[in-house]
Design a protein around this ligand. Structure first.
Ligand SMILES: [Zn+2]
Length: 276
């Protein structure tokens, strides 16, 4: 699938469009004979649900896509349902989830930047960019994206996994944390791991990234080799952490999350090397 992001809708749009409609963090979906999908209709107003002005977000395989906020949770037309975006991640194609996440981030940004953060005047939409400008002082606000590093620490056939109190019971994951102002991604990896579990790492290797729209993170995945120190939990965020042999892993986050991809990727690599 190909998605071409855009900000301004082309003129004289015709045919059906794809609507990523949200009530708070819940995405509007429709159940038809092919399964669960986002609505594809000419005008969103045909559904008869009170909504705000739609935002154009781009083109998905010749279909124009819009993000739109619902003003009410219901009543919804027959076969339409609202699903929490976190659940949607496990229900639809990862590519569709990524576009739904973009729509959610655009709506969240729009809602939270109605006024200038510097002088308090009501903002106006920029005429070309995804931005809001202040007509009084000229300050421009862009959608916020928060970089967050996520790391699998490895030690031969073992990996370091941890759990925070809000995880489902028995689930363990990789270590993650927000990048601070003035830090490189590498500095953030070293600092977070030291802060969360007290160990030192070396030989960082970039794995990949994933937008995570809760509400606007960009997860940046790394592998890091253990370089020394014992696990010491000083951060309140972590309830338990330990080394797990790759052939005896606990429950890990579901497929489609970057944490899962980091762990599965390492297991695959070690198995291919005959070390497991
Ligand atoms: Zn201003």
């Amino acid at each position: 699938m190909e998605f071409v992001p855009g900000v301004i809708a082309p003129e004289n749009l015709q045919g059906d469009h794809i609507w990523f409609a949200f009530y708070e963090s819940k995405l509007l979906m429709v159940q038809d004979q092919y399964g669960l999908m986002v609505p594809q209709i000419e005008k969103f107003s045909l559904l008869g649900i009170e909504h705000d002005e739609p935002h154009y977000i781009g083109e998905l395989q010749n279909n124009h896509c819009f993000a739109v906020s619902l003003k009410e949770e219901g009543p919804l037309p027959p076969n339409y349902v609202l699903h929490d975006l976190r659940r949607v991640a496990m229900m639809v194609d990862p590519f569709l989830f990524m576009i739904a996440g973009k729509a959610s981030q655009v709506l969240d940004w729009d809602r939270n930047h109605q006024f200038c953060g510097r002088c308090g005047t009501q903002t106006e939409h920029h005429d070309q960019d995804r931005a809001k400008t202040c007509p009084k002082c000229g300050y421009t606000q862009y959608p916020r994206i928060t970089p967050c590093i996520i790391t699998l620490v490895t030690r031969g056939h073992e990996v370091l996994l941890a759990r925070s109190a809000h995880f489902p019971p028995n689930m363990f994951s990789t270590l993650a944390g927000f990048v601070e102002p003035g830090e490189t991604l590498e500095m953030a990896v070293h600092r977070e791991i030291q802060e969360e579990v007290g160990v030192k790492v070396r030989n960082l290797e970039y794995m990949g990234s994933q937008p995570w729209p809760f509400p606007h993170s960009l997860m940046i995945g790394f592998y890091a080799e253990y370089a020394g120190g014992d696990i010491v939990l000083e951060d309140d965020e972590i309830e338990e952490a330990g080394w797990w042999p790759i052939d005896q892993l606990p429950m890990i986050p579901p497929q489609g999350s970057i944490s899962h991809e980091l762990i599965a990727g390492y297991v695959k690599k070690m198995s291919a090397n005959g070390i497991s």
